[in-house]
Design a protein around this ligand. Structure first.
Ligand code: IMO
Ligand code: MG
Length: 473
């Protein structure tokens, strides 16, 4: 009897040890596979992974897709410049999203931050917030109280100013961005926090309309009644946005201190930077990575990776020099294949070969660590492909419109990536790319002395090759 009890005790204890051991193993397994713990270890080991994605050409490089792809491994995605002149397309399995103001990372991250450097159209912002709410229900939204407001009056001014420019016409997106930044720098601009006060808006608008009386004279904004109804509209939009408005600079600082990782998303492209781009055919904000300090109130010294996005060819909307531009049937073919029509305006984009001279300039300005190359699938439409390596040009950011001495390299095409090629690539990554495409990629890497870490072979998220875990997702 005693031995029976002893035996059952023993087997009970052995069972208990066994259970405890396997429970322990399960807990350990769960802990190890937990993304939170993996991230904690990585942060301890490698430091915080705060990163920025910037465009290295004239905008529309595919930043939206790359930011969306990377964003699930970041806790926060923040924008710091521009407004609804930006247009980013994000294609998920279920839906195609077109974003202008909210970050392209809004679908997969935990927090989005719209920094003080942005120019925000409240009506567009409310629409976009509603469109992402259903998709990412837990998303927390933070809008800077210091960002500037773009009103319908600014949009009218954008069109009028373009007409006055005549031959100096920029080809703006007519989103009112230039005029809103003009008011910002004239120190008469309306800031987001002022949307909650009709008196403050009226005070500012009295000054703006007085300063711009002549410009506004042919528009409905010359009437006080129209201005008042615009104020009413802005006031009600301000109240809708109120729950999100805060000091985003200190929010970002707190996030960083808590160990959350931040991905900054640059709008537009380096060559559209107001200071370093091809002035005057530029946008009205700074688009380079360093603009994070000003446009988000977050120190650039806390950024670890600068990721530059470059399209396998070049596109440009609006006027100004475009040394590698292709015209005629070839351009039509590329435009059609790549659906190169503006996300914001629907305008056909000008298209051209990759310009390594300008790419090197952009890489220098942003101090790019890694490159993401997009649209290699589109370029597959050509039998032979060119890369412009050099041309005579005294001033890096002021190239001739039509250089006579283009030094270019020619590559054999890799053809359209059919479904077999695509499924090979999704299975085997870089190793499955056609040899001619690998030659193209390696030539670019050698020419700019940077690794192309990400290669995008299509619009969808899964059509992305990530060659090293530095930018894991
Ligand atoms: P994303 O973020 C392409 C261009 C306009 C115009 C010039 C000035 O989608 O890459 P603006 O309306 O800013 O005053 O226009 O800048 N531009 C862009 N082109 N992509 C963009 O943004 C652009 N944002 C501005 O076409 O030539
Ligand atoms: Mg765009």
């Amino acid at each position: 009897m005693t031995s029976l009890v002893l035996f059952s005790d023993l087997s009970f204890s052995a069972g208990c040890i066994n259970n405890c051991f396997s429970d322990g193993l399960n807990v350990l397994r769960t802990l190890i596979s937990s993304p939170e713990l993996q991230k904690f270890v990585r942060v301890l080991w490698l430091g915080r992974n705060n990163s920025v994605v910037v465009g290295l050409q004239f905008g529309d490089e595919g930043k939206g897709k790359i930011v969306d792809y990377l964003s699930s491994s970041f806790d926060v995605v923040s924008k710091f410049n521009g407004g609804s002149n930006a247009g980013h397309t994000v294609v998920t399995e279920e839906k195609t999203f077109k974003f202008h103001l909210v970050p392209s990372g809004s679908l997969s991250t935990k927090h989005i931050v719209l920094g003080n450097g942005m120019a925000l159209d409240p009506a567009i912002l409310i629409n976009e917030i509603n469109s992402i709410r259903d998709y990412n229900r837990d998303l927390k939204i933070h809008v800077s109280q210091g960002a500037h407001v773009v009103t319908p009056m600014h949009k009218a001014l954008d069109v009028i100013e373009e007409n006055i420019r005549g031959s100096l016409k920029i080809g703006t997106t007519a989103q009112g961005i230039g005029p809103a930044y003009e008011d910002k720098y004239a120190r008469t601009g309306i800031r987001i926090e002022e949307l909650m006060s009709k008196e403050k808006m009226k005070q500012k608008l009295d000054v703006i309309t007085a300063m711009k009386r002549e410009l506004l004279s042919g528009t409905k904004y010359s009437s006080q009644k129209e201005i008042n109804s615009m104020i009413d509209e802005l006031y009600s939009e301000g109240n809708e946005l109120k729950p999100y408005i805060c000091n985003t600079s200190s929010k970002l600082y707190e996030f960083d201190r808590e160990g959350l990782e931040i991905l900054f998303e640059g709008s537009h492209g380096t060559l559209l930077d107001i200071d370093h781009g091809m002035y005057p055919y530029v946008t009205s904000s700074n688009t380079i990575a360093g603009a994070i300090s000003q446009g988000a109130g977050f120190s650039f010294r806390r950024i670890k990776n600068v990721i530059g996005v470059v399209k396998a060819y070049t596109s440009k909307v609006g006027s100004g020099a475009f040394p590698t531009e292709i015209i005629g049937d070839k351009a039509d073919l590329l435009r059609k294949e790549g659906n190169e029509f503006g996300t914001t305006t629907g305008r056909p984009r000008r298209v051209g070969w990759l310009d390594l001279k300008l790419l090197n300039y952009s890489i220098r300005l942003n101090d790019v660590d890694y490159l993401a190359l997009t649209r290699v699938d589109t370029l597959g439409v050509f039998d032979s492909i060119r890369v412009v390596v050099n041309y005579d040009c005294e001033n890096e950011c002021n190239p001739p419109a039509d250089p006579k001495d283009l030094d270019f390299q020619e590559f054999e095409g890799w053809g359209r990536l059919d479904s077999d090629a695509i499924s090979g690539i999704t299975r085997n990554g870089f190793n499955a790319l056609p040899e001619n495409l690998v030659n193209y990629i390696e030539f670019i890497e050698k020419s700019v002395r940077r690794k192309i870490n990400i290669v995008s072979v299509g619009n969808k998220r899964n059509l992305t090759i990530n060659r090293s875990p530095i930018m894991s997702n």
